[in-house]
Ligand binder design. Structure first.
Ligand SMILES: [Zn+2]
Length: 508
């Protein structure tokens, strides 16, 4: 195994380190057809320097495609390597920068647009909370927008701060619905992976929908009345802002991790130092076991220890503070069109309530598909994509015993070429159909809470009917021994429920 690691690393080390050119990035689609080829790809995935080879689709099974973005100065060698080892492959994207300009160049992703939007938010006296959808915004615009919603709609929304990032940004979100201690809580997040812009857009769409349809849409009203819903649209704002620094440069735009300071590790050939941790490998669930890397230059670098990163640590603390009430947790990612549930570190490993988890996932996927016919698959990580550990949903499922804990991989599908570069026209439909799927989970939580309330009020009515003293001497006993109701509670519930004021405890 060590020999294989060194061989793979030697391949990458044979070439000089990256130049800063943004053109000439290619995406290869590779098909491992033998076990040996698959293992070789997995080793490459775990050890490759993101600056050279960035995996868009991790290797998981023989005859399952693997998409790899390769830096310009390495493409010839990589192609030679694939040919030499007999891989079946295609060049899926000839020039990624060209594709970025074509698909995202016309989007309002420029600093001047952000300035205009911030000014509008600031000067908008009547406060029109609508964020124009189908565009991408800076974190500064998104967080100002969240603040303005909370300031202007305090009856339904409250600003929350989950924590602070390595670079000092506040991780902000909104809390919707009136909070009462008996209500169930749902948390939705996006953007733990920086380059997954479609996920951040989708979470923003959800917020937009809630604040703008709260008076007209009975379904939204139902959620506001019956659940407490948190939405955190950008969990990794440092990484997200980094992807926006040079949006047509694949090196920046395709950044996945956080922006934590450089860490170094000897990779068998040299000491490699890189920034950033994959926050979705940094949770304390089977930390570092599988589908994660100990090399800081890998895009799936898990960090020095579980919860070593301020972002994941703060988020875990936030979720833990909701323990007992947190009924559903959904994290939005892209891409592959998958609805993933626990556990993802090993095949055929499930939580005891897997049947219910699977039932709701199947229903959500069906509902999502009803809108535009988009096909999603559901299952655990190793069942439908690949095994990994240290993810947020598995940690939440195991530690907080959340009933519905899902990772959703949005459009496009696994077989599409464009990957993270979603066509502008697909942004709103992606968000809309995802909302349709998410409402299945929200409905479950809201309806279960409502029916438990109805059940409780029916039980109270029956208790009220039964509420009486069975014996005549209750008042006298209470007078002569004032503690009798508490000391002999079960007898007194039976005999003197009314006098002892214990009707709410009558068994029905
Ligand atoms: Zn992701």
């Amino acid at each position: 195994m060590i020999l294989r690691v060194i061989l793979v690393i030697t391949f990458w080390s044979a070439t000089c380190h990256s130049a800063d050119n943004a053109s000439g990035f290619k995406v290869f689609r590779v098909l491992p057809t033998t076990n040996q080829q698959l293992l070789q790809m997995i080793r490459l995935f775990e050890t490759a320097d993101t600056d050279r080879a960035d995996f868009w689709h991790a290797p998981s099974v023989v005859n399952g495609t693997v998409d790899i973005m390769v830096a310009p100065e390495h493409t010839d060698q990589f192609q030679g390597y694939l040919e030499k080892h007999g891989y079946t492959f295609q060049v899926a994207i000839e020039d990624l920068q060209k594709l970025l300009i074509e698909k995202e160049g016309n989007l309002s992703t420029h600093i001047t647009d952000d300035d205009v939007f911030l000014k509008r938010l600031h000067d908008d006296v009547g406060f029109h909370s609508r964020l124009r959808m189908g565009e991408y915004y800076s974190y500064s615009v998104i967080s100002t927008w969240l603040q303005r919603i909370a300031e202007n709609m305090s009856d339904i929304a409250q600003l929350i701060k989950v924590g602070t990032t390595v670079e000092g940004r506040d991780i902000l979100g909104l809390k919707f619905g009136k909070d009462t201690p008996d209500k169930k809580v749902v948390v939705i997040d996006a953007g733990i992976h920086a380059r997954e812009w479609a996920a951040i857009h989708t979470a923003s769409y959800f917020i937009n929908l809630i604040v703008n349809s709260r008076e007209t849409d009975p379904q939204i009203q139902n959620y506001l009345d019956n659940i407490v819903l948190y939405i955190i649209p950008v969990l990794n704002p440092d990484g997200y802002e980094y992807t926006r620094t040079d949006k047509t440069n694949p090196r920046a735009r395709m950044w996945r991790k956080s922006r934590s300071p450089k860490a170094c590790a000897f990779d068998g050939v040299r000491n490699s130092c890189c920034m950033g941790v994959d926050l979705n490998r940094n949770f304390d669930f089977r930390f570092s076991e599988i589908g994660a890397s100990r090399y800081p230059c890998s895009e799936i670098y898990h960090g020095p220890s579980a919860f070593s990163e301020p972002e994941s640590k703060a988020y875990a603390q936030f979720l833990t503070s909701l323990k007992g009430r947190l009924e559903a947790y959904i994290t939005l990612h892209s891409y592959s069109q998958l609805w993933i549930y626990s556990y993802s570190h090993r095949k055929f490993t499930y939580a005891p309530d897997i049947e219910e988890t699977r039932r709701v996932a199947a229903k959500a996927v069906q509902e999502l598909g009803r809108m535009y016919g988009t096909k999603y698959r559901h299952g655990t990580g190793p069942e439908i994509i690949y095994a990994f550990s240290g993810g947020s949903t598995d940690w939440a499922k195991e530690t907080l015993k959340i009933k519905y804990s899902y990772t959703i991989e949005l459009r496009p599908g696994y077989e599409e070429w464009n990957g993270f570069v979603l066509d502008k026209n697909q942004l709103v439909p992606t968000a809309k159909e995802t909302w349709a799927g998410v409402t299945v989970v929200l409905d479950e939580v809201a309806n279960q809470w409502k029916s438990s309330r109805i059940r409780e009020s029916e039980l109270n009515r029956i208790r009220e009917e039964k509420c009486a003293d069975r014996l005549a001497g209750c008042a006298y006993w209470l007078q002569s021994s004032p503690n009798i109701c508490r000391v002999s509670q079960s007898t007194m519930i039976r005999d003197c429920a009314k006098t002892c004021n214990l009707c709410h405890m009558i068994a029905v």
